[in-house]
Design a protein around this ligand. Structure first.
Ligand code: ADP
Length: 650
């Protein structure tokens, strides 16, 4: 192959520019990123060597600063890359990831950039923060393709060429920028490795000059030893797999560094769970519940990896979806099994009974830990829930076995609590007045819209709290939650609701029967008029101030969910609902009078439609003919104004 010059993709170049001209306060992380890449490459090679003995090596990462040439080399004997892999992995960045990265970067304080670098997997490019020029020489292990040399100044293009390298692995050479020469100092490099990469399993070696006592020459009788500089190969990291160490000896800082190495979430872990399981299956787990949800979870290309699975200290995969259910995908960490056979493949990992046991155990542990945080550190739990509550809700929906425990982990806003304050179903139940039997909730797109819903009027009057469910997932979740403990879960806008006590019911009975009789022909009239949309018109037990509202059947979807489904182009069967009228509202009695005077008055039909539209608007649903509605209201306003003028005698 001859030497080729290629252009970076426009997006990739943008990231590079940001990187090169950035004001990141912490450039040290470039080394962490390159070492992490080297360690990943060795992980892959080691996994491969389980079945391809010729690939086995003494795995090692080496750092080699050169003060004369002002370069640092980072070398590994990992899997290496072919020509095409270099082009694909180094020449481009996953499109969506890049776009997200650029957006986030221009939005956020530049100081947050290192976190973002980690989150978006543009790790390699961070080396351009300290380098004018970068060279990669790499040879793919177990492949007959020639080795490759890649060179770039990070300015629009790179060259790619064959290389004479013969051993598998990768060497990255950084030509340091003028003001970054501090990275040639061995003490500085040692400090960075110790801080960020201490737990990397493979030895990170570097040659350094150390003072050693000079061997005494024969006949030298002096007391004081003489020291000379000797070049020695040193291992810079302790290499201890942190999850295998004794918990008591691990500092918060060490956990944090490991978390940052693993996770794309950034910041501090909210909770570290470190334990060993014995009995039916033996494994060690070090799990982290992040405090922040990484921006990348929604991006397909930079999708978060799963837990890292090790078998007896050997990295197997971070793409093992059977290790944790989907809804716990926000958890980061490592699981190191003693029982799984080393010769597993991705396929044999599926439906593996040992893995099932591990999964069950992990779920139990995670739920128990969250429950404990919720009980002892409510504030911390609330901040967790604001970030990851969606996932717990998914769990209520999908993990039948743990549904009860997961239900207890849910938090919601409620009518009686100020915005932002979240309560659990238990707290809601504990605060229920004696006469309240069920738990009530309302679903809608925002607190602002639902808190004024006519459905809440009677609840406000009775002093019953109502849970606000304002996330799209809530309705799916609550669909499977018929009960919480002994209490039913009921939507305020569905089915017949009567909050009166037995006593009150008795008292009102006669009056109601009377009203029913008096109004029956009007209600029938309205029902016929609205027949296309309404299957019944009846008096309401929900309303105090409003004239009317719409009510669904007990198992119907909420109008909010219907709107969501419609917006996703899902065909929906048309749901007729019940129009409930407030028997004490003057509008209702006025209509009755009008009806008695002339049941053919065309106004009556218009009023019926206005009632229906009002009810739709009050719950946040669109009306079918806004123009007509506006016209009708305008007419009424004119009438009212004329009346006012008339009655004032002018
Ligand atoms: P990330 O490591 O987050 O995927 P990088 O930009 O750091 O992003 O690296 C891009 C890709 O280049 C890696 O995923 C890997 O496939 C490849 N790569 C980088 N460094 C090495 C290396 N030392 N050995 C083998 N492959 C590497």
């Amino acid at each position: 192959m001859t030497k080729e010059t290629r252009k970076f993709e426009a997006q990739t170049q943008k990231v590079l520019d940001l990187m090169i001209h950035s004001l990141y306060s912490n450039k040290d992380i470039f080394l962490r990123e390159l070492i992490a890449n080297a360690a990943d490459a060795i992980d892959k090679a080691r996994f491969h060597s389980l079945s391809h003995k010729d690939m086995a090596q003494d795995w090692i990462i080496r750092i080699e600063p050169d003060k004369k040439r002002k370069t640092i080399k980072i070398m590994d004997n990992g899997i290496g890359m072919t020509h095409d892999e270099v082009v694909k992995n180094i020449g481009t960045i996953a499109q969506s990831g890049t776009k997200g990265f650029i957006e986030e970067l221009s939005k956020k304080d530049q100081k947050n950039a290192p976190e973002l670098i980690g989150q978006f997997g543009v790790g390699f490019y961070s080396a351009f923060m300290v380098s004018d020029n970068i060279e990669i020489e790499t040879k793919k292990g177990g492949s007959s393709e020639p080795a490759v040399k890649w060179v770039s100044r990070g300015e629009g293009e790179y060259t790619i060429d064959d290389s004479t390298r013969t051993e598998q692995g990768t060497t990255v050479t950084l030509y340091l920028k003028k003001d970054e020469e501090k990275y040639l100092e061995t003490w500085k490099l040692k400090e960075i490795v110790k801080k960020y990469s201490d737990f990397i399993e493979y030895p990170i070696k570097m040659k350094d000059m150390v003072k050693e006592p000079k061997k005494k020459e024969e006949g030298d009788k002096s007391e004081k030893p003489e020291y000379i500089d000797v070049e020695k190969d040193e291992i810079l990291n302790s290499q201890k797999a942190i999850w295998l160490r004794n918990q008591k000896e691990i500092t918060e800082e060490e956990y944090k560094q490991f978390f940052n190495h693993l996770s794309r979430s950034g910041g501090d872990p909210l909770k570290t769970i470190h334990y060993s399981a014995e009995g039916t299956s033996e494994f060690k787990a070090l799990l982290f519940i992040p405090s922040k949800n990484p921006v990348t979870v929604f991006m397909p290309d930079t999708r978060k990896k799963n837990l890292h699975l090790y078998i007896r200290r050997i990295f197997i995969t971070d793409e093992c979806p059977d290790l944790l259910p989907e809804y716990l995908r926000f958890v980061d960490g490592v699981v190191d099994s003693n029982d799984l056979p080393l010769n597993v493949s991705r396929e044999t990992l599926q439906d593996n009974p040992t893995l099932d046991k591990i999964e069950k155990n992990l779920i139990k542990k995670i739920i128990a830990t969250l429950t404990q945080i919720k009980e002892s550190e409510k504030e911390k739990y609330t901040s967790f829930f604001k970030e990851f509550g969606r996932y717990i809700k998914e769990g209520v929906h999908s993990d039948y076995e743990n549904k009860d425990k997961l239900q207890d982990l849910l938090l919601f806003e409620s009518m009686k609590n100020e915005p932002g304050k979240l309560i659990s179903l238990k707290e809601y139940s504990d605060a229920m007045p004696k006469e309240q039997k069920d738990i009530y909730y309302i679903v809608g797109e925002s607190r602002r819209i639902i808190e004024n819903s006519p459905h809440l009027e009677m609840f406000k009057a009775k002093g019953f709290d109502v849970i606000f469910m304002t996330e799209p997932i809530d309705e799916f979740v609550v669909m499977n939650m018929f009960k919480y403990g002994e209490k039913g879960m009921r939507a305020v806008g569905k089915g017949e609701i009567d909050l009166d006590t037995e006593e009150e019911k008795k008292q009102n009975k006669e009056k109601e029967e009377q009203a029913k009789k008096e109004y029956s022909s009007l209600l029938e009239f309205i029902q016929k008029k609205l027949d296309e949309n309404v299957n019944e018109v009846r008096f309401s037990k929900r309303l105090i101030d409003s004239a009317c509202c719409l009510v669904g059947g007990a198992y119907d979807q909420s109008p909010y969910m219907e709107r969501i489904m419609k917006s996703m182009n899902q065909a929906m069967p048309k749901n007729k609902r019940v129009l409930e009228l407030n028997q004490n509202h003057p509008l209702v009695s006025a209509m009755k009078k009008l009806y008695e005077v002339n049941s053919n008055d065309p106004k009556l039909g218009e009023f019926a439609e206005l009632l229906y539209d009002q009810a739709l608007l009050a719950e946040g649903s669109p009306i079918s003919n806004p123009m007509q509605f506006a016209k009708r209201v305008a007419n009424l306003m004119v009438l009212d104004a004329n009346n006012a003028i008339g009655s004032s005698g002018k």
